[in-house]
Design a protein around this ligand. Structure first.
Ligand code: NAI
Length: 484
C-alpha cells in the first residue's frame, strides 16, 4: 500500500473527489488516503496560506497530494492556495495531456483529426511570482523571473517525459523575438538540453504562431514546453480542442512532492447538485497511478472510462443532448460497471505494476540551485526609473546636472520606447521615464557609484526603481530600448 495525501477542495471538489475515490476503491487500487485540510474554509479559519500546519506536514511526509479544486477568497489579499502549493513544494513542471476522447464530440473528432498533445508548462517562475509595484499612480510594474536552473528543471523533465511517451517531436513555445533575455534564456536552455536527446526532433515556434497552428493542425504537435503564463494560456487552448475543461487533467511534478488535480475550478454554479463531470479529476487520478507505477489499476480504470465515453454515456456538460445526462454518481457507477471492458479506440495495453521509485527526503535546508558563474562581471551603468511629467528634453537636462565625471546619459525611454536623444513627438508619454546612465569609456563602476548617482538624482526627481547594467564576459546583460 502507498499512502498519499488527499485534499477534497471546495465547491464541486468534495463531490468529484468522493466519486473518483469510489472508482479507486472499486478497482482495489493499493492506496491509502490521509485526508488533509486545505482550501477556502482553512483561509476562513485564519491560516493565510490556505492549509493547516498539519496538512503541510503530512504532504511533505507523503510526497503525493491528490487535490480537488480550491477557491481563493476574494478581496482578502490572500494568495491562491493552488499557486502557493505548486510554488512552495517546487513542483516545477505542470504536465497536461490532451487526448481525443471518443464520445466527446469536437470539431476535430468530427473531422477525423486525432489529437494527442502534452503541454509541459513551467510552474514556478515568470510573472507568477506576483512581484508587482505601482511606480507612480499611473504605472504598475510587474517582474518576470526566468532562471537558468528553473528552466533546466522543467525542460529536462519535458525531454525525459517525451522519451518515455515515445514522442517524435518536442517543441518549445516562446516569444524570444520580443523578450530576448527572458524567453531567450528559456530557448537557449531548451536547445542545450536537446543535444542530449538526438532521437527527438526538437524545434521551436513563436507562441502566437503556435496558437494558430494548434487550432488548425493540432495533430502535428506531440510535446510542447513553455514558460508559465504562455503555458497557462496554451494549455487552456488545448483543453478547448479536446472538449473543454471537463476533460483536462493536470500533474504538478517536482523532485520530492507532486500534486495531481483537474485543471478546472470549483464550479460554484453547480456545486452540491451532484451533476459535475468527474472526468478531469479521474484522468488526473489515472496520471497519478501511472506516476506511482500502479499500471494495472490505471489501465483498468482508463479502459473503463474510455469505453463508457465511447458508449455515449455522459454528464450534462457534454455529449448528445438527445440522450439522458447522468448525474455524477450514475456516471461513476457506469464506469465501475465497465471494468474489464476494452474501448474500440485507443485501448490501453495490459501492463504490470512497477515499484514506485520516488523517495521523499527529509530536507535539512532549502536546496540552492546554481549554475557556474561567468568569469568577468562588470557593472557598466544603471537604469533609473523616475517620476516626471516634464517633456523628454527637460528630463534630460535635469539628469545631465547630476552626472559627475563617471556617468553619461545615453537614452531615455517611456514605456520602453526611446524618446531621447531621438524619438517621435507622436509617442504618447506616461509620467514615468527610464533614464539609462552608462559609464564613460565602459569603465567598471561600483555599487557605491550607483548610490551616489541615486542620491544626486533624488534631489531632482522621485526615483521609483533602479536596475544595474552588467556586462558578463563582454556580453551585455540587459536589453536595449526600442529605437536605441
Ligand atoms: P470553473 O472552472 O470553476 O468554472 C467555469 C465553468 O465551467 C462553470 O460554468 C462551471 O460550472 C463549469 N465547470 C467547471 N468544472 C466542471 C465540471 N467538472 N463539470 C461540469 N462543469 C464544470 O472556473 P471559475 O468559475 O473561473 O472559478 C471558480 C473558482 O475556482 C474560483 O474561486 C477560482 O479561483 C477557482 N479555481 C481553482 C482552480 C484549482 O483549484 N486548481 C483552478 C481554476 C479556478
Amino acid at each position: 500500500m502507498i499512502k498519499i495525501a488527499v485534499a477534497k477542495g471546495d465547491g464541486i471538489g468534495p463531490e468529484i473527489m468522493d466519486a473518483v475515490l469510489k472508482v479507486f476503491n472499486a478497482a482495489k487500487v493499493p492506496l491509502e488516503y490521509d485526508v488533509v485540510e486545505m482550501g477556502k474554509w482553512v483561509f476562513d479559519k485564519g491560516f493565510n496560506n490556505g492549509m493547516t500546519p498539519q496538512a503541510q506536514e503530512t504532504i511533505e511526509k507523503l510526497g503525493i497530494l491528490f487535490k480537488g479544486p480550491m477557491e481563493t477568497p476574494k478581496g482578502k489579499g490572500v494568495k491562491s492556495v493552488n499557486v502557493t502549493a505548486r510554488k512552495t513544494w517546487n513542483t516545477y513542471a505542470n504536465k497536461r495531456t490532451f487526448l481525443t476522447l471518443h464520445g466527446v464530440d469536437t470539431v476535430f473528432s468530427k473531422a477525423g483529426i486525432p489529437i494527442d498533445v502534452t503541454i509541459v508548462r513551467e510552474n514556478i517562475e515568470d510573472t507568477y511570482g506576483g512581484i508587482e509595484h505601482m511606480l507612480t499612480h499611473d504605472v504598475a510594474l510587474g517582474r518576470r523571473f526566468i532562471t537558468r536552473p528553473g528552466s533546466q528543471q522543467v525542460i529536462r523533465y519535458a525531454f525525459e517525459m517525451a522519451k518515455k511517451k515515445g514522442a517524435k517531436r518536442i517543441t518549445c513555445g516562446h516569444k524570444a523575438n520580443i523578450m530576448k533575455l527572458t524567453d531567450g534564456l528559456f530557448l537557449e536552455v531548451f536547445y542545450e538540453i536537446a543535444k542530449e536527446y538526438p532521437e527527438l526532433k526538437a524545434d521551436d515556434v513563436i507562441v502566437d504562431d503556435l496558437c494558430m497552428k494548434l487550432v488548425t493542425r493540432p495533430d502535428l504537435f506531440d510535446v510542447v514546453v513553455l514558460t508559465n503564463l504562455q503555458g497557462d494560456i496554451v494549455s487552456d487552448l488545448c483543453a478547448g480542442l479536446v472538449g473543454g475543461l471537463g476533460f483536462a487533467p493536470s500533474a504538478n511534478i517536482g523532485d520530492h512532492i507532486s500534486i495531481f488535480e483537474a485543471v478546472h475550478g470549483t464550479a460554484p454554479d453547480i456545486a452540491g447538485k451532484n451533476i459535475a463531470n468527474p472526468t478531469a479529476l479521474l484522468l488526473s487520478g489515472i496520471g497519478m497511478l501511472q506516476h506511482l507505477g500502479l499500471r494495472e489499476s490505471s489501465i483498468l480504470i482508463e479502459n473503463a472510462l474510455l469505453y463508457t465515453l465511447e458508449s455515449g454515456v455522459h454528464t450534462g456538460d457534454f455529449g448528445d443532448k438527445n440522450t439522458k445526462a447522468l448525474n455524477t454518481t450514475e456516471f461513476i457507477n457506469a464506469i465501475i460497471n465497465n471494468f474489464g471492458k476494452a474501448p474500440k479506440h485507443n485501448p490501453k495495453p495490459e501492463l504490470t505494476d512497477v515499484p514506485y521509485s520516488c523517495t521523499v527526503l527529509k530536507l535539512a535546508q532549502n536546496p540552492m540551485l546554481e549554475s557556474p558563474e561567468n568569469n568577468e562581471e562588470k557593472i557598466v551603468g544603471v537604469d533609473m526609473f523616475i517620476e516626471s511629467n516634464e517633456q523628454p528634453n527637460a528630463v534630460a537636462n535635469l539628469c545631465n546636472e547630476c552626472l559627475g565625471d563617471l556617468f553619461k546619459l545615453t537614452t531615455i525611454s517611456n514605456r520602453g520606447t526611446q524618446v531621447w536623444p531621438t524619438g517621435s513627438v507622436f509617442t504618447n508619454l506616461i509620467n514615468q521615464y527610464r533614464c539609462r546612465f552608462e559609464s564613460i569609456d565602459d569603465k567598471a563602476l561600483s555599487q557605491q557609484d550607483i548610490i551616489n548617482l541615486y542620491t544626486a538624482l533624488s534631489h531632482k526627481f522621485k526615483v521609483c526603481s533602479t536596475e544595474i547594467l552588467n556586462m558578463w564576459d563582454g556580453k551585455r546583460a540587459y536589453s536595449l530600448a526600442q529605437g536605441q
